[in-house]
Design a protein around this ligand. Structure first.
Ligand code: SAH
Length: 222
């Protein structure tokens, strides 16, 4: 897993048909942003998982990436990306809990600059290698506690949180630029809701996007 595998084309699991099937499934489930669907079709997902799981990389399912964490389900990546982009393309994005870096890579072409934080250090190294392999250069990755946000880079036009806090982290809400959107799953296991908070002149506007299932957002470093 740690050595780059530059040859991501030409093996069976990356076949156009397998990817088309995944994209069709996402459409069937209500994803409508064509640019996001196209990005998911074109981005190799199998390079983000262990070789033993690569044949399942284009199934619409979360898969283990080690350290008790998972690569997010393509549907949820599409849903969150779509929710973040609705209302315009964000310039500066903060991502909390980048794990293997797949969501980061999906998002990369849609933002000018992405700042991403992950609390498990070995995952940071692996994600860095994958993004380099894909020649993604507008992302800054760091090892840290994303619950505190990234104050020196704030404010952000978009904030995407890939793990669920029990309650809304105020530090993240504070780091939203005017018009900025925060996409975050909130709640205990089995009762999480995906929220979108938008900073408007009148205050914070809150939308409930629906029930979801994420690993917990943990304080401190892994
Ligand atoms: N979208 C990622 C999902 C990874 S799962 C992917 O597709 O790979 C969520 C990640 O959030 C895990 O890697 C976990 O370690 C991380 N995480 C949990 N709490 C965190 C925190 N406080 N700060 C940064 N990362 C955190």
């Amino acid at each position: 897993m740690s050595t780059p595998r530059p040859n991501h084309a030409g093996i069976g699991m990356t076949s156009a048909r397998t990817r088309d099937r995944l994209v069709q499934r996402l459409r069937d489930q209500g994803i409508t942003n064509l640019s996001v669907l196209e990005r998911i079709r074109n981005l190799p997902r199998h390079i983000f998982v262990d070789e033993a799981l690569a044949s399942r990389a284009y199934e619409d399912t979360a898969l283990p990436i080690g350290w008790g964490q998972t690569i997010s389900q393509p549907y949820i990546v599409a849903r969150m990306t779509e929710a973040l982009l609705a209302g315009g393309m964000p310039e500066k994005v903060l991502e909390v809990g980048f794990g293997c870096g797949y969501q980061t890579a999906v998002l990369a072409p849609f933002a000018q600059r992405i700042y991403s934080i992950e609390r498990i250090e070995p995952l940071v190294k692996r994600a860095r290698a994958r993004l380099k392999e894909l020649e993604i250069r507008n992302v800054k990755l760091k090892h840290g506690d994303g619950m505190k946000g990234w104050p020196t880079q704030a404010p952000f036009d978009g904030i995407l949180v890939a793990a669920a806090p029990l309650t809304l982290p105020e530090a993240l809400v504070k780091q939203l630029a005017p018009g900025g959107r925060l996409i975050v799953p909130v709640g205990p296991e089995g009762q999480q809701q995906l929220l979108r908070l938008t900073r408007r002149e009148s205050g914070i506007h809150r939308e409930v996007l629906g029930p979801v299932s994420f690993v917990p957002l943990l304080a401190g470093l892994g």
